[in-house]
Design a protein around this ligand. Sequence first.
Ligand SMILES: Cc1ncc(COP(=O)(O)O)c(C=O)c1O
Length: 389
Amino acid sequence: MEGSDPIFFTYASIYSFMQFIDLITQKNRIRSSLLQRFEAILDHGQFIMGPEVCELESQLAAYTGSRFCVSCSSGTDALLMPLLAKDVGPGDAVITTPFTFIATAEVISLSGATPVFADIDPATFNIDPGCISGAVREATEKGLNPKVLIPVDLFGLPADYESLDTIAAGHGLWILEDAAQSFGSSTHGRRAGSFGLAAATSFFPAKPLGCYGDGGAVFTDDAELDLLLRSVRVHGSGADKYSNDRIGINGRLDSMQAAVLLEKLVIFDEELAARQRVAEAYGSRLRSKLAVPAIPDGSVSAWAQYSLLASSGKERDDIMAALLKEGIPSAIYYKIPLHLQKAFSSLGYREGDFPVSEEMSRRVFSLPMHPYLSEEEIGKICSVVAACV
Ligand SMILES: Cc1ncc(COP(=O)(O)O)c(C=O)c1O
């Protein structure tokens, strides 16, 4: 997911001819329309928050079924902005999963609040609704005010919002959906980006819908929050740019990135269908060998990652080494759960606190996943994996 991982790219470029995520084939498809868009931007000269940004926001809101979309400069800022807008800060607890990318919990600390973790469901890798009440209790015992729940739609699969909505309401928590990896997915007829009081997504290039730099968006149905988010995005601006009502950030999206996203949206549904075909092909060949992703009835993944579980850490390392030898990149999301990251050592968690996340970290690995994987490539990947188990 963190496609800029230097070790991964070094391995991939030295040893591999296969792409983990193929952005080149995609770029070749949309190249001429992109160039037209870029030329229009050069001509109108509104490089930041130009007309492409407004066009994108209305298309994204319609896509997710949300009333409002506030685009911004990254998925991290998309998570931070609702916390700032809702005055989440010192003394507040924000509950989330330890099995995610650092940004999910980093923004909690940046806001001044305290992350409190709840373990995951081993079948979906998403936060386990049965662990939320324990996390609320832990927060209260620490003298904190439990305020927000941030479920993550990991690897492209929406979290269990039917259960989470009820549990969060029971504890007086509002939900911020981390849909950084799940734009395009759905559960029970609702698209990712439409859950909770607000939802955040990322347009990092390796995401299912990615731009050619950093970008993100916040979604909400709440008109008041929409206005606050627009203020937070531009340094807490008030009536104009130079009257400032609150502390905000420089979180604007530029017109070039919006143009890229608009052109990628044209082919997005087709690409999602192709990702689904790749996932089905992997599943049918590997199901008898390894634990393949479990998609609950009624859910459709955006397949940001195709993540499997080996039976042990040793087996995982053997499979990844065999793949690398054949020029096939693979990756581990996530090697260290957040409660064991040095950055969060002050929270006082220890090994053994979240046993499911820790176990997944030892055994999980991800295979190449993008819409342009050929049958031949899928066959080669599966036969290397199958030969190791
Ligand atoms: C689950 C999750 N949350 C948040 C982010 C942050 O997004 P960005 O890299 O656009 O800041 C990412 C990005 O990798 C992510 O995977």
